[in-house]
Write a protein that binds this ligand. Structure first.
Ligand SMILES: [Zn+2]
Ligand SMILES: [Zn+2]
Length: 95
């Protein structure tokens, strides 16, 4: 699938402690390295992203990416195996 970063929001956090912890808590998935194509970096953060490609979905999601890929501008091709988790706290950890 394709995603694109929303860069401005990475400073804000939630009650999970970090956005990576937020992603892990709601996905229940283990992640050891960056899911972007051909990337094996392990310095993961919970990046704020939107769906890319033809998607009209305006929602913001959290997805695990390495620090390099989390600041990449433009679309990223990433693994379908990992879930996009809502960045909307009202629908997740502050529900
Ligand atoms: Zn959270
Ligand atoms: Zn990466």
């Amino acid at each position: 699938m394709k995603i694109k970063n929303i860069n401005r929001t990475s400073q804000t956090t939630c009650v999970c402690g970090s956005w990576l912890d937020h992603w892990k808590k709601f996905s229940g998935q283990p992640v050891t390295h960056c899911p972007a194509s051909r990337c094996l970096n392990e310095d993961l953060v919970g990046a704020h992203v939107q769906k890319g490609g033809d998607s009209k979905d305006p929602e913001w999601y959290i997805y695990p990416l390495c620090t390099d890929h989390s600041s990449y501008l433009g679309e990223l091709e990433v693994s379908d195996s990992y879930m996009l988790i809502s960045a909307n706290k009202k629908e997740t950890c502050e529900r």
